[in-house]
Design a protein around this ligand. Structure first.
Ligand code: NMX
Ligand code: MLT
Length: 433
């Protein structure tokens, strides 16, 4: 057994035993109270699931096994320019430990050895019109890989419950290893006339992805390392993660559960917001007739969007109540690596203009930018302006968190997820009481 799997097995078995004891002794302890407006308001804040890989704080933002984004950047093994490698984050999410350079190197090699994508997947993609939305192509390609599921085969052969996590681990590792190739293939067939670029297996996961997309620029490789790290996980309640968790709790295999989660990510209030942001900015620039709009001009355009009863994409969050540290990490990257980008300057001006305007509406709980407010402008800077592809990039990264969490869920023997629903009559009957 390779060292990551071995390490995980030891930690997971210990936690499984500990949690059973905790549940036995304290299972009836109350951890939450639910109000009517939470029931009718999208279940905000209700504690109803376990998610080992990360936890979100409304003010401080995301913590991956306790580590903030600046700490992750500081501590995880990194590429040549100091941006963290997502391989290291995956290791951290599975073990709770910061890996060594050698451990990350070994994980890169493991993924390289699993990265071959079968021709059947490419044939499936080729059967779709090239202008099919990249997120639709992405979920169909994931499902086209499903016949490779080790979990599915071993379940049919009668594997015992104690082996579930092992089969999910194998599927998850294979899936993560193959996603960059699949995503790059979708990008090149959609936007580069099918002029595909073969993988370079001497590169780490992110740099190889950048290479297959069409860039060997060292700064873009660094951006990909950062991007694929910071989008990986945002605790379990977000729509894509929660979907994966729900579907995998039925013992549907990692391919099926991940594809389901990607359909949630493809919604404009969730991951698709990254394409909506840049589309909105491009439309604003065209509408105003300038690539360097003033704050007053931006203010006027924001007002028009709000008057049309549309949301300002990239702003607001269901949990966060301060600027998203993932926005700040991308801003820090832009300040360090990019000089004189009119588009990035515009993103920063929008950051000055939008929050007070949303605050003035009196109903928006969080007026601050989220992760999606910045990512598009960075990608455009490096030549990737085809924004309908952006959510696929988010999805490749999100695989790390949701699949790591899925391995944890099976190792801890989490049961079928099945919360309670109520009717409006039931709600009325409660009020009359
Ligand atoms: N622009 C305009 N109105 C907004 C915005 C915004 N950016 N954010 C919230 N509101 C409105 C919201 O539509 C609601 O209006 P109404 O009562 O008329 O229906 C009101 O403010 C209260 O909403 P909140 O409780 O503040 O937000 P909620 O938790 O329901 O939704 C989002 C969170 C993220 C869905 C919401 O802020 C939004 O639609 N933002 C824009 C889309 C976006 O950037 N999504 C990406 C989230 C991050 N991700 O990658 O997933
Ligand atoms: C995410 O990364 O999943 C988004 O910020 C949405 C969320 O956390 O609800």
């Amino acid at each position: 057994m390779e060292s990551l799997k071995q390490k995980f097995a030891e930690k997971a078995l210990a936690l499984y035993t500990e949690l059973r004891a905790i549940n036995k002794e304290h299972g009836n302890q109350k951890v939450d109270e639910v109000t009517l407006s939470q029931v009718t308001g999208g279940a905000r804040g209700i504690k109803m699931m376990m998610w080992e890989t990360s936890q979100l704080d409304a003010i401080k933002g995301i913590r991956f096994r306790g580590y903030s984004i600046p700490e992750v950047k500081e501590l995880l093994p990194s590429g040549p320019q100091g941006e963290p490698k997502p391989e290291g984050l995956f290791w951290l999410m599975l073990t709770g430990e910061i890996p060594t350079e050698a451990e990350v190197e070994a994980l890169t090699k493991d993924w390289q050895s699993r990265s071959e994508v079968s021709d059947q997947v490419f044939k499936t993609l080729e059967s779709m019109p090239a202008d099919t939305h990249p997120m639709t192509q992405f979920t169909i390609a994931i499902m086209a890989m499903q016949p490779d599921s080790i979990f599915d085969r071993r379940y049919a052969e009668g594997m015992s419950k104690t082996e579930h996590w092992d089969a999910v681990y194998e599927d998850s590792m294979n899936l993560i290893a193959r996603l960059p190739r699949v995503a790059a293939y979708i990008y090149r067939r959609s936007f580069k006339d099918g002029d595909h670029i073969a993988p370079d297996n001497s590169l780490d996961w992110s740099a190889n992805f950048a290479h297959m997309l069409g860039s060997d620029d060292k700064d873009f490789r660094s951006l990909m390392r950062l991007y694929l790290t910071i989008h990986a996980d945002h605790e379990g309640g977000n729509a894509s993660a929660h979907t994966v968790n729900l579907v995998s709790s039925t013992l549907s295999d990692p391919y099926r559960s991940f594809a389901a989660g990607m359909n949630a990510l493809a919604g404009p209030l969730h991951g698709l917001a990254n394409q909506e942001v840049i589309k909105w900015i491009f439309e604003m620039i065209e509408n105003l007739g300038t690539k360097t709009p003033t704050k007053e001009q931006i203010q006027q355009y924001v007002q028009e969007t709000l008057d049309a009863r549309k949301v300002i994409p990239g702003y607001g969050h269901a949990v966060l109540r301060e600027p998203d540290p993932r926005f700040t990490a991308q801003r820090r990257f832009a300040e360090e690596y990019i000089k004189d980008s009119e588009l990035i300057e515009t993103v920063w001006k929008i950051f000055d203009v939008v929050p007070p305007m949303l605050e003035a509406l009196g109903k928006v709980k969080n007026p601050w930018p989220n992760v999606d407010a910045h990512s598009g402008a960075l990608l455009v800077h490096y030549g990737f302006s085809e924004y309908s592809f952006y959510t696929v990039l988010f999805g490749v990264s999100r695989a790390l968190g949701v699949l790591a969490a899925g391995i944890w869920s099976r190792a801890l023997g989490m049961p079928l997820e099945r919360p309670k629903s109520v009717t409006s009559d039931w709600i009325k009957s409660q009020i009359q009481k």
